[in-house]
Design a protein. Structure first.
Lengths: 378, 342
């Protein structure tokens, strides 16, 4: 881990990251990812995973209900569009506020327990929200149809002037679709990343790591872990809410399926895949999953035949039919397999893989470096 | 009174399914100390054992009857399932009873699945963090469910109950209420009886056999059992396989009530986890009691009278109960100290 970085090092790290994110359209174009819709997703899910990682990576509390905050953020954002107008700024602020309050309520209850009980409590709350959004709360959430902005909505601040305009969120004239949307999301991601970096380096972050390492000892030294965990739970919920708001800013539609627990599972996977407890990992993980989702779901029998056309005929048919299971509709199968492989062989995610390779090279050059393997925390 | 009785009955069969899944889950918790998120997938696999058995039986022999023609003038095709063509009445009987008979297929299949899962995957996760166990079994659940989806498609496949138990019993009339008020399908009664029998069998196995004694000892203190020179790992494999069979059988028999589709396991898994937590981690009687309790509560909450007072309560009652229980009685209804509390 790169905990030994100096403040200047952090700043350089952040600057490099910022440049990398903002130039994504350029350097991701050769791999076929250089278009705004996908890059928006990278940024949004990167933010979501960064927030989740603050909770899971630092404290080790595995929440299985984070999608609930995403959903709450989405609904708030759409309601802000409906009532206040299509400006993304109030939508984002309101979404962060509501999801924060929501997280405070859920966290206050759930954090009374730890371990598997905590996971199940958060799962229970998320399922409750999901079920309610589908049934009783239909007046607020519009149930299965999904909540969208209508021409007839009041939209206090811009409704009168351009009531016939397209219903796209716009920031003082810049429309939040396409590249405009991407840069907005990217800037929000950078802000989120900066805050996360500060939290990682702060005494608060060290307290959170202490919770993960040994909660008992922390209690013995006279510190109460609850305020710290609750605070990070709320922050993490706010990140999720903000990510939900961004989804609606780029596409003003909110549906209850965003709150389903499979969505919570997805963000867990992103974080694990990239490497929980690292700064960059979750963003890597989110981008990788969204990228492969995009690529793999677009494959079909035809493209597979083209890819495997170099094989002899008797081999090609079975290979194509087996590979066919994993692409297109079967993308989730790939996801599941990937999930298992990562947890089994590389619990630290990609970041651990990178550092392992790095160590390998280092050992090759100077044998003096002792192998400091950190013990996995319970 | 009659309304209450009706809801009680309605809750029982669902409660039976919850109880069976939760029983297996808590058995795995208690002995292996593993959080198995793939247990719902085992339930689903069981259900699809019934589906594939039925599909296998329904392979048809097509013969052309030259004497008769259809309304369109083409020769009449007579389709008879192979089993019926070769085995006559017995074949017909098997086809009719395909759901209960597929238990015979499901037991070895689920034993094998449980065995492979434990030896191939779960074994390596005994000493990993619970978060890792949750994640790897969650991934496995996704894989299993996607495999089933790619074989059987995404739509639910209805399975018929045997003809003799296809109707519904007018229990109300038998008990002296007005006829037609309390009507309960026969198959749900069968399911209830079946669930009770399985639960009884598992408890008897644990209570009255030497193997069961070792397992119970392992649940109480795994470490000491190991020190006594008992190969507890081998027993774990068998315990896991038994839990898989219990979940699978629950799935087989549930098919006439709920047409199985690939994600039925996930739906039941979340609820079963809640059941286990409410009953108390690692407590078998707790899991069974909580299963039936929550099933009944759910059916009461879906009464119109209740919904009129508290709209939407039927959707969230189970989770609400779980939250309250976890906060009031942190170890669940019958939980023991020190299980899964790291």
């Amino acid at each position: 881990m790169t905990t030994k970085l100096s403040p200047t090092g952090d700043l350089i790290f952040f600057a490099v990251f910022a440049v990398a994110v903002l130039t994504m359209p350029v350097w991701l174009a050769p791999v076929g990812a250089g278009y705004p819709d996908l890059l928006q997703k990278f940024a949004i899910f990167g933010l979501f995973a960064t927030g989740f990682n603050l909770l899971f990576g630092l404290t080790g509390y595995l929440s299985f209900g984070h999608a609930a905050f995403l959903g709450v953020g989405s609904y708030t954002a759409v309601w802000s569009f409906k009532l206040l107008g299509m400006n993304p700024i109030p939508a984002a602020i309101l979404a962060v506020a509501t999801s924060g309050v929501f997280a405070l309520a859920i966290g206050y209850v759930s954090l009374r327990r730890s371990g598997i009980y905590f996971s199940i409590l958060t799962l229970a709350f998320a399922q409750m929200s999901y079920n309610l959004a589908y049934s009783v709360l239909t007046p607020i959430t519009n149930g299965e149809t999904g909540l969208r902005v209508l021409q007839s909505d009041p939209r206090l601040f811009d409704g009168a002037s351009e009531s016939t305009g397209p219903l796209i969120s716009n920031l003082f004239g810049v429309e939040m679709t396409g590249w405009g949307g991407f840069y907005f999301c990217a800037v929000v991601l950078l802000v989120g990343f900066f805050i996360a970096q500060r939290i990682f380096r702060s005494p608060f972050g060290i307290m959170l790591r202490a919770v993960k390492t040994n909660q008992n000892r922390m209690t013995y030294t006279g510190l109460n872990p609850r305020p710290y965990t609750l605070a990070v739970f709320v922050i993490s919920g706010m990140y999720a809410g903000l990510a939900g708001a961004l989804m609606c800013i780029t596409d003003p539609l909110a549906g209850a399926e965003r709150m389903q627990w499979t969505a919570s599972g997805e963000v867990v996977l992103m974080t694990i895949l990239g490497g929980a407890g690292t700064l960059l990992g979750p963003i890597f993980g989110a981008a990788l999953i969204k990228y492969f989702e995009n690529i793999f779901s677009a494959f079909n029998e035809q493209t597979l035949h083209e890819i495997f056309s170099f094989l002899p005929d008797f081999l090609e048919a079975p290979v194509v039919s087996i590979a066919g299971l994993f692409v297109g509709e079967g993308w989730h199968l790939t996801l599941g397999v990937l999930f298992m492989l990562i947890v089994i062989f590389l619990p630290g995610g990609i970041m651990e893989g990178v550092s392992r390779i790095g160590r390998l090279f280092k050992r090759g050059s100077s044998k003096a470096e002792p192998n400091r393997q950190t013990a996995p925390a319970e | 009174m009659d309304v209450i009785l009706l809801q009680l009955l309605n809750g029982l069969d669902k409660g039976g399914a919850y109880a069976l899944i939760a029983l297996g889950l808590t058995l795995i918790f208690g002995t292996l100390g593993v959080v198995n998120f793939a247990h719902g997938a085992l339930f689903m696999l069981g259900a699809f054992c019934a589906v594939s058995f039925n599909a296998l039986l329904s392979l048809e022999l097509v013969t052309i009857d030259p004497e008769k023609t259809t309304a369109w003038g083409t020769p009449l095709e007579i389709r008879t399932p192979y089993v019926e063509a070769y085995m006559g009445d017995f074949g017909h009987w098997i086809l009719n009873y395909s759901v209960p008979v597929s238990i015979l297929l499901a037991i070895p299949v689920m034993l094998l699945v449980g065995f492979i899962m434990e030896r191939g995957l779960i074994k390596h996760f005994y000493n990993r963090a619970h978060a890792d166990q949750i994640l790897v079994t969650f991934g496995l659940a996704i894989v299993l469910q996607e495999i089933i989806k790619s074989i059987f498609g995404a739509n639910p496949i209805p399975q018929a109950a045997p003809e003799t138990v296809r109707g519904a019993a007018d229990i109300g009339a038998a008990l002296g209420f007005d006829p037609g008020v309390i009507v309960y399908p026969y198959w749900r009664m069968v399911y209830l009886g079946f669930a009770a029998a399985i639960i009884a069998a598992v408890f008897a196995f644990l209570q009255f056999t030497t193997f069961g004694m070792v397992v119970r000892a392992g649940m109480a203190d795994r470490h000491t059992v190991g020190l006594l020179g008992i190969n507890i790992e081998r027993r774990f494999t068998i315990v896991f396989a038994i839990a898989a069979v219990v979940a699978g059988l629950a799935g087989v028999m549930y098919t006439p009530i709920l047409p199985p589709d690939y994600h039925m396991g996930m739906d039941f898994l979340v609820l079963s986890f809640v059941v286990v937590v409410v009953g108390g981690m690692g407590s078998l009687p707790g899991a069974v009691a909580a299963g039936f309790l929550l099933g009944i509560l759910q059916s009461f909450a879906s009464m119109n009278e209740v919904k009129a007072i508290l709209p939407g309560i039927d959707q969230i009652i189970i989770y609400l109960v779980a939250v309250v229980i976890l906060l009031v009685r942190p170890r669940g209804l019958m939980g023991r100290k020190g299980v899964m509390e790291s």
